[in-house]
Design a protein around this ligand. Structure first.
Ligand SMILES: [Fe+2]
Length: 383
């Protein structure tokens, strides 16, 4: 498809509507974006000890992340090298109780395929394949699990499903997002812990969710409670927001809660601006970070279909605050939950309207400039 992405009536055109509704384009995005770029998959704290294993599904690919016997984090495709059996069940896809499959995780020493009991170390090495003999030319070293690339930043585990290409192209997380990492370097992200996770099923294309995160033109209309705490979000359609220095709250407010106040201490190490302002970052293709002085909302997007995205929202707090007997995260979480559900509802409306036969493309108003970035990001990779 030829994409005409010029200006019209003084406004930039969005991606053609097919990019938000076509299964064919979604399949291309899987191959050229989610399986090629660094994808934010988990928090390190989800697998803190040797033998801990997580099974995840990234755009249809089942992947396992493991903490090895040595304490390293490694990831592999969840596929046996022998006959291709899925090694471990995905959550929600376990066999019924009367079927006992052998295999599974064997603690820190490895995992076993339930089909012919091939056993692998958690670093992917094949340890044992029953009744096969090296002497007859079978080399276990050539049957390691298919590897997935791993990088850690800020306590987040990022995966790359085509690690050979990433290495070949020197495509590291830092080479892509070094600037964003610098902008939030004083936030103690690796130390933070998840006080609560909310999983949202959003009836919209993943790019609609990102585009919505990237502009505040909608805030006055969609988020009255948020705009009460952060009046700048509705002033001039959010046209003059200075994200680099952080966004100011209303007088006396310092964070995203119903009152804008908090009884939690600011994170250690923040500068004077960061103690009273709000910052946001978007790490393509799937991590949205909202940083207050006392908590961080981390959103990961899991594209499931052209019109369906699962959004996992982790609410991160400092462990020193979490240890206090009076600690409660609810003033932040309940506030965010309302704002989030307002966003998902409006994203659903965009998806619904975009599916109309008359809607060939939309427009970005001048204050939605950051959303142009998504057009560029996607087109560069799908060409
Ligand atoms: Fe919003």
């Amino acid at each position: 498809m030829t994409v005409h992405s010029g200006t019209d009536q003084g406004m930039q055109k969005s991606l053609p509507s097919d990019y938000y509704r076509s299964a064919e384009i979604f399949a291309q995005e899987k191959e050229k974006i989610f399986c090629r770029e660094w994808f934010c998959a988990a928090r390190e704290t989800q697998i803190p000890a040797p033998g801990n294993v997580l099974v995840l599904n990234i755009a249809g690919e089942s992947v396992l992340i493991a903490c090895t016997k040595q304490g390293d984090i490694k990831a592999h495709y969840n596929v046996c090298r022998h006959r291709g059996s899925r090694l471990l069940s995905e959550p929600g896809d376990e066999p019924s109780k009367d079927i006992k499959l052998n295999g599974g995780v064997l603690g820190a020493s490895g995992l076993r395929c339930p089909y012919h009991l091939w056993t692998y170390a958690l670093d992917g090495e094949l340890l044992n394949a029953p009744y096969t003999k090296e002497a007859e030319g079978f080399r276990k070293s050539e049957f390691s699990l298919y590897p997935v690339g791993v990088e850690i930043w800020g306590g987040f585990i990022f995966l790359n499903l085509t690690p050979e290409a990433a290495t070949h192209e020197s495509k590291t997380l830092r080479s892509a997002f070094g600037d964003a990492m610098k902008r939030v370097e004083r936030y103690p992200l690796p130390d933070l812990r998840v006080a609560k996770r909310i999983v949202y099923e959003v009836a919209a294309n993943w790019k609609i969710v990102l585009e919505n995160y990237n502009e505040c033109y909608h805030c006055g209309a969609v988020h009255p409670e948020l705009c009460d705490v952060v009046p700048a979000f509705k002033q001039r359609g959010g046209a003059a927001l200075e994200w680099e220095q952080g966004i100011s709250h209303k007088e006396g407010a310092v964070t995203f809660t119903w009152t804008g106040k908090t009884n939690r201490a600011p994170f250690p190490g923040l500068d004077e601006n960061e103690k009273v302002r709000h910052k946001g970052e978007l790490i393509y293709p799937n991590l949205m970070l909202s940083l207050a002085c006392d908590h961080v909302a981390a959103f990961t997007l899991w594209p499931k279909a052209p019109n369906h995205t699962t959004v996992v929202c982790d609410f991160l707090f400092h462990p020193d605050e979490m240890r206090k007997p009076e600690f409660t995260p609810n003033d932040a979480i309940d506030f965010w939950d309302l704002v989030n559900r307002q966003d998902w509802e409006i994203c659903k409306r965009v998806q619904q309207g975009t599916q109309s036969r008359v809607h060939e493309f939309g427009y970005y108003a001048p204050m939605e400039d950051l959303s142009l970035d998504i057009r560029r990001y996607v087109l560069e990779r799908l060409k």
